[in-house]
Write a protein of this length. Structure first.
Length: 222
């Protein structure tokens, strides 16, 4: 991760030094469903933007649900982080109406983190071969979901292509195509036979191949 961020910083410094005189460089901070992040945006000509940056979204939570009709607790840890490069286009920039602010974005990202992990423990009593086993002696299930490292991106947004102020705001809605995730489940004690659980989880998460992005940008001209 440090190497990726270092490369982005070096790239940003090079970009700033080479085009600063043109006053078409912006530093953008964003909040989105892919996490907070920073970008350097260069506008080579009105209607086109080039953006490079990164986003990070680590979070954890605890939840309760049922596994094989038995109550269980799960500690979930999700970590998503990417470095990305985007190209923006205002197709109606010559219009005098609001449509000139419409923005189409495409690009790709490298996700150095794109996984989710969970530790599942049973509650109550577990029945096994006519034996009743307390939950603390049953064991634990460890699950891991991993998405692809590289993901293409497509979005639709609204942003002023010719802002008069030094600070302006943009908005975008899009998605990364992450591909079908890989799944792995392991268990301890009485839960070592995880083949059926792994297959069930694989079927449940297979539709989740897109990472939706709703993003608000704060752009500051340098």
């Amino acid at each position: 991760m440090r190497k990726v961020i270092y490369a982005l910083i070096c790239c940003s410094i090079f970009t700033l030094s080479s085009v600063q005189a043109q006053q078409n460089v912006y530093l953008s901070a964003h909040l989105s469903t892919q996490g907070p992040g920073l970008e350097v945006k260069y506008v080579p000509q009105p209607g086109f933007n080039l953006r490079a940056g990164f986003s990070m979204l680590p979070f954890s939570f605890n939840t309760s649900y049922t596994v094989h009709s038995r109550p269980a607790d799960a500690a979930v840890d999700v970590d998503v982080a990417n470095a990305h490069f985007m190209v923006d286009w205002h197709p109606f920039i010559k219009s005098e109406s609001f449509s000139r602010k419409i923005l189409l974005s495409t690009g790709a990202a490298y996700f150095w983190k794109s996984r989710g992990e969970a530790v599942v423990t049973y509650n109550g009593t577990f029945e096994f071969d006519d034996m009743e086993i307390p939950a603390n002696e049953v064991g634990e299930l460890y699950g891991r979901i991993q998405w692809n490292k590289f993901a293409p991106y497509l979005a639709l947004g609204i942003e002023n292509p010719r802002p008069k102020n030094r600070v302006n705001v943009g908005f975008a809605v899009g998605a990364y195509y992450m591909g079908e995730p890989s799944v792995e489940i392991t268990g301890t004690k009485y839960l070592t036979d995880t083949e059926s659980d792994e297959q069930e989880l694989r079927e449940n998460v297979s539709p989740y191949q897109f990472l939706p992005v709703v993003q608000v940008n704060l752009n500051i001209r340098l």
